[in-house]
Design a protein around this ligand. Structure first.
Ligand code: UDP
Length: 247
């Protein structure tokens, strides 16, 4: 689907791209009439897609699949199929907004609460005064309202759609409604609006570099995340060791 090569890491085909490549590719995509989407896959998603076939198919069909987790980069190196760098969804979101502002492309923000969304919009506009935000709506709606949201996005005539409703809600929404939204590029961004708004703190750089971002998030929301991380991290470790032995 793109000119980039892929590497299979634990049954997911990651594109061998840097953030710079993605931004450059996005510019060419936005000059065309077709519609594409990017997925950012972290360890939790990589494990989730093994049992969630809808999620797996969605990621398989994305124009670009990037690795949003240092452990995935490490594993790719140990397996002898190195991915160039980690690309965090929240960084990509901010860089794409910056690039859109420069190129006169508009964006639509879908997801998070109204408060987080308004603050994220303010921050994006503060960083990029010429950015056109064609519209925004929160991510709390019934499945029966999804088509109406998609129609709102289409009416806004936005070029790029940022969807940040958590995994796998956002992926299901995109899979089922993207063709109705009329945008040229879409990206699923998890909890990025909460981070951009400042309502959720991001782990310090050293923790990100050590692959410990999950530990920082765990400290912020232990009750909700403890079980999830215990399962996905253990599964990732087990599968990584098996893959290394197989190699
Ligand atoms: N979110 C949303 N709609 C929902 C549930 C969550 O828009 O129905 C938003 C939530 O406000 C947050 C983001 O999705 O900004 C990520 O949510 P969560 O932390 O639950 O995602 P996870 O950590 O489970 O991926």
């Amino acid at each position: 689907m793109t000119e980039f090569q892929t590497q299979d890491i634990l049954d997911c085909d990651f594109h061998m791209v840097t953030q710079h490549d993605v931004l450059k590719w996005a510019k060419t995509i936005l000059a065309r009439p077709s519609c594409h989407y990017i997925t950012t896959v972290n360890v939790a998603i990589l494990m989730m897609m093994r049992s969630d076939h809808q999620l797996r198919d969605f990621i398989k069909q994305s124009a670009l699949t990037v690795a949003d987790g240092q452990p995935i980069i490490w594993l790719s190196k140990l397996l002898g199929r190195p991915l160039p760098e980690r690309i965090a969804g929240v960084d990509l979101c901010q860089r794409l907004a910056n690039s859109a502002a420069q190129d006169g492309k508009s964006i639509y923000l879908l997801g998070a609460t109204d408060t987080a969304l308004a603050k994220a919009e303010q921050k994006l506009l503060l960083d990029n005064p010429s950015l056109v935000i064609a519209g925004r709506s929160n991510g709390y709606f019934e499945a029966s309202e999804a088509e109406t949201r998609a129609d709102l996005i289409k009416e806004s005539e936005a070029d790029i759609l940022f969807v940040a409703m958590g995994v796998p809600r956002q992926e299901y929404f995109i899979a089922e409604n993207l063709s109705r939204c009329g945008v040229k590029l879409c990206i699923a961004l998890g909890g990025s609006f909460d981070v951009i708004s400042g309502m959720t703190k991001r782990a310090p750089k050293w923790m990100q570099n050590c692959g410990l971002e999950w530990l920082f998030r765990l400290g912020q929301e232990p009750q909700r995340l403890a079980k999830r991380y215990a399962i996905t991290n253990a599964q990732f470790l087990t599968l990584s060791v098996k893959a290394l032995f197989k190699k």
